[in-house]
Design a protein around this ligand. Structure first.
Ligand code: SAM
Length: 234
């Protein structure tokens, strides 16, 4: 599907690649106008507006932040939004043909349950689009802990693939988009003066330990990926 950029780009996304990566993901999915699509962790609703206005889907957004979901739904142009915290999903099984989860899974406390719930929510033949940070394959990570930032909650590539497959999905696309992460890091330096200042705007002046602090110290190099996984049932 060829989609041109539009005014939906003006609503800010908060992740590497923005809607450019969403467009690329959409090209990998067979989704028809009118089908039901969920944006899990929709933030301010940029992807919801894009998917509704430009791709013609019946879109639902959800986000844990009361402030973000309120702003998102206030400027919605015909899609619905609800406040809910993953891994809980207030929808019936088989409710959606597509689920987008862009830069959110790393923040979810129980990632395997979240993926199980995504699988249950998707119709047969449906697609899960995930974009997120990932760490080198052998990095010890927690699948279940709450995370202050996406750096703290990032999974390593091996565990990320394993838990997606264990939920029942078949991974069709794995693409590395680390250059987009580096580009966003540069943009944050220009906007906030330094990466440290940027992280402090997100987390405040709290004591950091664990994966996030190792990434911030340059000991661990995170990557960024796009995954498209299918619910294939024989
Ligand atoms: C990096 S932002 C990405 C927002 C949006 N997907 C985008 O691409 O612009 C992460 C979003 O995840 C939301 N979030 C974090 N933990 C969540 C959870 N457990 N359940 C639902 N949303 C969550 C945050 O409120 C935030 O809006």
């Amino acid at each position: 599907m060829k989609i041109s950029s539009s005014q939906t780009d003006a609503i800010e996304t908060h992740r590497p690649g923005g809607l450019t990566l969403t467009r690329a993901a959409l090209d990998y999915c067979s989704l028809a106008p009118g089908e039901r699509v969920l944006d899990a962790g929709c933030g301010y609703g940029a992807t919801c507006s894009f998917l509704h206005e430009e791709a013609g889907f019946k879109v639902f957004g959800m986000d844990a932040s009361a402030e973000r979901i309120a702003l998102a739904t206030a400027r919605s142009t015909g899609w619905g939004g609800v406040r809910a915290r993953l891994p809980r999903l207030p929808f019936a099984p088989d409710a959606f043909k597509g689920i987008f989860c862009e830069c959110v899974l790393s923040l979810v406390p129980d990632k395997p349950s979240c993926l199980d719930n995504f699988f249950e929510l998707l119709q047969s033949g449906g697609h899960l689009v995930l974009t997120d940070l990932y760490l080198p394959g052998a990095t010890p990570v927690s699948l279940h802990s709450p995370a202050l930032t996406c750096l703290d909650g990032a999974l390593n590539k091996t565990d990320l693939i394993r838990i997606i497959e264990q939920a029942g999905f078949k991974i069709r696309i794995w693409e590395d988009h680390t250059p987009l992460l580096k580009q966003m890091a540069c943009e944050m330096v220009f906007k906030h003066g330094s990466l440290e200042n940027f992280w402090n705007t997100l987390t405040g002046d709290v004591f950091h330990c664990g994966l996030g602090s190792r990434c911030r110290a340059g000991e661990l190099k995170p990557g960024y990926c796009l995954i498209v996984a299918d619910k294939v049932t024989e």
